[in-house]
Design a binder for this molecule. Structure first.
Ligand SMILES: Nc1ncnc2c1ncn2[C@@H]1O[C@H](COP(=O)(O)OP(=O)(O)OP(=O)(O)O)[C@@H](O)[C@H]1O
Ligand SMILES: CCCC(=O)O
Length: 363
């Protein structure tokens, strides 16, 4: 039996859990108020504060860091790497600390995990971070050589759910040809032949609009808008990622609230929600071409997959492509633990970050 500590920091909370093999023994979500977070100029400045809060909570629950066989932490904004379970080492921590690929609360996870693991003499791992890049060579071209497409996605949930779906279809993951749709605050839709993310809309830069992101917008019109209106850079970025999609049209990112408004007869809410569903179905259809129609199944996951309104209407449009499987929510903690356990049990080798970087491939 392996005991593990799992760390998953989000922008306004830090989630920690203790597992015995795949079984969750203890779980805590530490909520951070706006006022507390405003004390820090940069997310990276929150490191010691979040670590101390976490340690206090663990110790109150009777745990010490040397109670664990390994630590699994949410991957931050790393350089592009293939999917898998990665040993968190000093080189990865340097990249997370420098924020070279952007600031994100999940950058703190790897740093804290590394520090705790060093002190306890155990290993820390991260699994399928956002930066997982398994693009086909032709998927990298955008049409402008200065702006290659970047493979970024909800890889942890897509890959974890692909394993579940392959299992449910009685297939080995390596043989399965699936399309996965993660429908959360952001939306990632990927063809997954053999479990690899060989293409994906980048949830921050394209594809369907989502509860809080704009998805693909007309590029020339965006250029005109920026030159005419001269918006502040961070304002335009946050209207594309954070205040786009359902939020931009309806003032809420909550699918449940939108469905209530539809039930109350609000036509605008119905139009916007159905437009999002239409764009999701269209993206699944586009990805079917990547697999040349060789599809064992399509899975829908993430928070919006709790809604039968959403999943039913998607299935009406794309059901002809193959069987549709629905896995509501995201099993981020379990997927992190499972990655660590695969290494501990000798089913997978922990990858080395430095030698796995794909920088050479991208140039
Ligand atoms: N029963 C439901 N019906 C409709 N929408 C729902 C339901 N449950 C959750 N949602 C919606 O799912 C979305 C959140 O999904 P999820 O929790 O997977 O996203 P997240 O983790 O916040 O963001 P991301 O997945 O981009 O990291 C929200 O829009 C939420 O309103
Ligand atoms: C590509 C974006 C992934 C995320 O929002 O977690």
């Amino acid at each position: 039996m392996y005991r593990s500590l799992v760390i998953n920091p989000g922008s306004t909370s830090t989630e920690i859990a203790v597992f015995a093999d795949e079984k969750r023994k203890w779980h805590q979500v530490l909520e951070h108020s706006r006022g507390e977070l405003d004390e820090f100029e940069f997310v990276s400045d929150q490191l010691d504060w979040r670590r101390e809060l976490m340690e206090a909570e663990l110790s109150e629950a009777g745990y010490e860091s040397d109670d664990f066989d390994f630590i699994a932490a949410r991957g931050g904004l790393l350089d592009s790497i293939p999917g898998g379970t990665y040993l968190i080492d000093a080189e990865m921590v340097d990249d997370l600390r420098s924020g070279k690929n952007g600031e994100h609360a999940s950058n703190l996870a790897g740093i804290i995990a590394y520090q705790l693991a060093e002190e306890a003499g155990i290993k820390a791992y991260t699994v399928d971070p956002v930066a997982v890049d398994e693009f086909l060579p032709e998927a990298r071209l955008s049409g402008l050589s200065e702006l290659p497409r970047r493979c970024q996605s909800h890889a942890l949930n897509l890959k974890g759910t692909a394993r579940r779906c392959a299992d449910d279809l009685d297939l080995e993951l390596a043989e399965a040809s699936l399309i996965g749709a993660h429908l959360g605050g952001g939306i990632s839709i990927a063809p997954l032949p053999g479990g690899r993310i060989v293409d994906v809309n980048n949830a921050n830069q394209g594809g369907p609009f989502s509860p809080e992101r704009a998805g693909t917008v007309p590029a020339l019109d965006l250029v005109e808008y920026i030159f005419q209106e001269e918006p502040d850079k961070s304002a335009i970025k946050s209207s594309l990622v954070g205040r786009g999609g359902l939020t931009a049209y309806l003032g809420t990112a909550d699918g449940r609230r939108v469905e209530e408004r539809i039930e109350q007869g609000e036509e605008e809410a119905r139009l916007v929600y159905e437009a999002m569903i239409y764009q999701i179905a269209r993206e699944i259809g586009r990805m079917s071409a990547v697999l040349a129609g060789d599809i064992d199944g399509i899975f829908i996951t993430g928070g919006l997959a709790h809604s039968s309104y959403v999943t039913g209407k998607i299935e009406e449009r794309i059901g002809y492509l193959g069987p549709v499987h629905v896995y509501p929510g995201s099993e981020e903690l379990k997927n992190l633990v499972r990655g660590g356990l695969r290494v501990k049990r000798g089913e997978e080798r922990a990858r080395d970050y430095a030698s796995s970087r794909l920088d050479g491939v991208r140039e």
